[in-house]
Design a protein around this ligand. Structure first.
Ligand code: GDP
Ligand code: K
Ligand code: MG
Length: 269
């Protein structure tokens, strides 16, 4: 059966959307290691399961709750992603979106709070956003149910597709490090459920939840040596030696560029 993970920043309307899209749900205990309950719902009309993940700003966990999503993406059977994005806070929300796109899974964006955005004269061009990100973007008002039928319909067409080739080029040093890590992860029967390049980038970013979920055959010393060499190469090419802050800067620049094409702030109050 097809499975969709509902992922987004806190207070973006995930639970509202979950309740609208599902006809019934069950609580299947807590997520491992945290006191957040795991809710799994059955999608209206089309079947399939929707899983409500705890809200988070980044896949890089700052709290145990935030580690749930990273672990889920590492360990669970491949599922598609329904990413809910607050249209009134587009720039901030896109940081998580980019990390999710890098997973390479089928993904749909529910662009929520378009009523709030409109009231602040923030116009998000969903078509432009869709072109920039390479995945379908459906404007919704989850609290009223507006656009939710369209989300259900679009989820039906998502199953066969991969996300549409969104890719950030992080430059020679990081790309070489990511390729070496990805090769290490793909070698000798160590494959996990996650995409090797995504896993590599998360390791370069210092994601402890991802690191802890690596298959046992991956030797930590080998991971560390690639991380060290990447940091040295980054520094010797005149860039910062701290890989996480470098990744953050490159992503933030790309987000600014996406917002320039998708956001009309001309009448913003
Ligand atoms: P979650 O934290 O992501 O699960 O978000 P919730 O579903 O709990 O929603 C947070 C708050 O935003 C609640 O008060 C919702 O009623 C409200 N909300 C959700 N969607 C919308 C929307 O599209 N427009 C407006 N104006 N409010 C919304
Ligand atoms: K909430
Ligand atoms: Mg919620």
């Amino acid at each position: 059966m097809n499975q969709f993970a509902l992922v987004g920043n806190p207070n973006t309307g995930k639970t509202s959307l979950f309740n609208t899209l599902t006809r019934s749900y069950e609580t299947v205990g807590n997520w491992s290691g945290v006191t957040v309950e795991k809710r799994v719902g059955t999608l209206r009309g089309r079947g399939g399961r929707l899983i409500d993940l705890p809200g988070l700003y980044s896949l890089l966990p700052l709290t145990p709750d935030e580690g749930v999503a990273a672990r889920f993406l590492m360990e669970e059977t491949p599922s598609s992603i329904l990413n809910i994005v607050d249209a009134s806070q587009l720039e901030r929300n896109l940081y998580l979106t980019i990390q999710l796109l890098e997973c390479g899974r089928p993904m749909l964006i529910g662009l929520n709070m378009v009523d709030v955005a409109r009231s602040r004269n923030i116009a998000v061009d969903a078509g432009a956003l869709q072109r920039e990100l390479g995945v379908p973007v459906v404007p919704i008002v989850a609290r009223k149910g507006t656009g939710c039928a369209e989300v259900l319909h679009a989820l039906g067409g998502l199953e066969a597709s991969r996300s549409g080739g969104f890719r950030i080029d992080y430059g020679p040093a990081v790309e070489a490090g990511a390729a070496r890590l990805a090769a290490l992860l793909s070698s000798g029967g160590t494959a996990s459920a996650s995409d090797p390049r995504w896993t590599a980038l998360q390791l370069l970013e210092g994601n402890e939840a991802v690191r802890a979920s690596l298959p046992a055959a991956v030797r930590p010393a080998e991971v560390d040596s690639i991380l060290e060499q990447t940091a040295e190469e980054l520094e010797s090419s005149g860039l910062e030696s701290d890989i996480p802050s470098y990744l953050r800067r490159i992503r933030t620049e790309r987000i600014a560029q996406i917002c320039r094409s998708a956001l009309d702030r001309s009448g913003q109050r």
